[in-house]
Design a protein around this ligand. Sequence first.
Ligand SMILES: NC(=O)C1=CN([C@@H]2O[C@H](COP(=O)(O)OP(=O)(O)OC[C@H]3O[C@@H](n4cnc5c(N)ncnc54)[C@H](O)[C@@H]3O)[C@@H](O)[C@H]2O)[C@@H](O)CC1
Ligand SMILES: Nc1ncnc2c1ncn2[C@@H]1O[C@H](COP(=O)(O)OP(=O)(O)O)[C@@H](O)[C@H]1O
Ligand SMILES: [K+]
Length: 533
Amino acid sequence: MLFGTEILTTAQMRAIESAAMDGGELPGLTLMERAGAAVAGHIRLQWPKPGHATILCGPGNNGGDGYVIARLLAKVGWRLRVLGLDNIPGSDAGDAKRRWQEIGPILPLTLATLRESPVNSIHVDAIFGTGLSRPPQDEIAVLLRHLSHLTRHENTPLVAVDCPSGLCMDSGRWLGGDTDPPSPLAATLTIGFDSPKPGHLLASGPAACGRLIIADIGLRPWRERRTRQADLYAIWPRFPVHDRRAEPIRSVLPRMLGKGVAAGQPQDAHKYRYGHALIVGGAAGQDGAARLAARAAIRSGAGLVTLGLPDDITGHGRQGPDALMLRNIGNAEALQNLLTDRRITALCLGPGCGLRRAADLLPTAMNARLPCVLDADALSALAQNPDWVGQLPDHCVLTPHEGEFARLFPDISRRMKKPARHGPAYSRIDAVREAASHCNAVVLLKGPDSVIGAPDGRAWVHSAFDIPWLATAGSGDVLAGLITGLLARDLPVLEAAGIGCLLHAYAARLFGPGLIADDLPELLPRVYREFGL
Ligand SMILES: NC(=O)C1=CN([C@@H]2O[C@H](COP(=O)(O)OP(=O)(O)OC[C@H]3O[C@@H](n4cnc5c(N)ncnc54)[C@H](O)[C@@H]3O)[C@@H](O)[C@H]2O)[C@@H](O)CC1
Ligand SMILES: Nc1ncnc2c1ncn2[C@@H]1O[C@H](COP(=O)(O)OP(=O)(O)O)[C@@H](O)[C@H]1O
Ligand SMILES: [K+]
């Protein structure tokens, strides 16, 4: 099942470009003209009145795009300063450069020439693209430092061609050497080509790119002709994509979430057909977390949801929807007894559980061999007992935030945090894939750039940089409950985690700032309506 927008690594992008060029069907210079024309077109949309532009052209094909942009803007009345370096003779970039030189001069790409640009000039960064493999050095490093200052502190508009220079497009991390620390650019607009790259969506990428647009340069036939199945998707693009590749997700959702005839369900369906989720929470004072999870589970469309709390608090007056069933789960034995009910189809352990209780209940929860979500304290209990990692049931989702991930997978986390000295740098996607394969479970590493990885290597990225208000106490508990509800409803495990992540963020997007976690489950019916369910 494929949906979302495919993310291409830089190596995959290069392979697709080569396939197009090698067949002679799409010469490199034509691709470069299309890339340059796409950027020039978006510059004109953003600034309809011709003004002044400073185009910074690097040594490779990214620089070649820059010369095309210069030529096309000059044609429609823009005033230009073009700064460039030597190009490899005979390259497409060399040809693009010569065509520009028939119109105007090229000044050296140095700090001194950059400083002479008029203050009202927009700047176009065509220095490095996906070919950057080591940290920028010497004169270019100095120039990028100044450009970083202009974009971050002087509000200089910057248009990045493919990506802001210095960013590793496989990880979204700035490449930095020992002597030249990274100079983070903050572009106004980034125009990427054909498909998003990991660097557009992860880590420092989104803040560096500003508004992201993915432009069509006619590579779709070669992208689709590949024999290997795609395994990396952006599941909710916050960027306009040139074609409608994101569309299928809308058609998959009704099938997965809808109930009744229209969704292909038998007409005699009853609540047990939609699953029974068990959410196990903790002691008084912390029981809110499990209550939030249970609310989300029942709003996921699960047929029944049971909230299991310790003996001492289930009797203390009810809170939350009356639709929830309450059970006393005082210890592992009580959990074991409850789990003999074969109608329970998924389990969530962790939110508000407390570490001791989570550690006490976790072996029993794992032994049930049910689809399950382990969150919060259950993850800490797992981190303290690394032997248990090998005993996780088949359909298991771990939902760590960065701190929990570091406790669970300290070596992987250290690799992810080591300074990025060369590309492709170790990314959140690499880390999650490694973790998922290590524990044979789906791992959802939460954050503004959530990555969901399956043990078979499939991975989905969800970008939530546009909704910082989702980072609010209890929102992770809601996510855990929502995923549990979807698992109870028999969604495959990667889909349950990914779609849970998507619906959760979509609810936050609908609500806007001021959101508290309690609002999220109540917004789910509106989210389903927006998806046409
Ligand atoms: N025909 C193609 O392959 C197309 C490429 N396009 C553009 O080309 C870009 C990729 O081009 P390239 O692969 O030439 O690479 P880039 O233009 O991104 O830059 C890499 C160039 O700089 C050198 N380099 C790498 N790191 C360096 C460093 N730290 N200091 C100094 N030099 C360094 C590399 O050896 C290479 O020559 C894309 O981002 C896109 O903008 C587009 O024109 C579409 C078509
Ligand atoms: N900066 C951010 N922007 C958008 N979403 C975020 C950001 N940081 C975290 N999130 C999301 O918010 C939720 C927080 O979960 P978690 O850290 O478990 O919080 P809690 O334990 O308080 O429930 C996750 O879904 C995560 O992906
Ligand atoms: K660039």
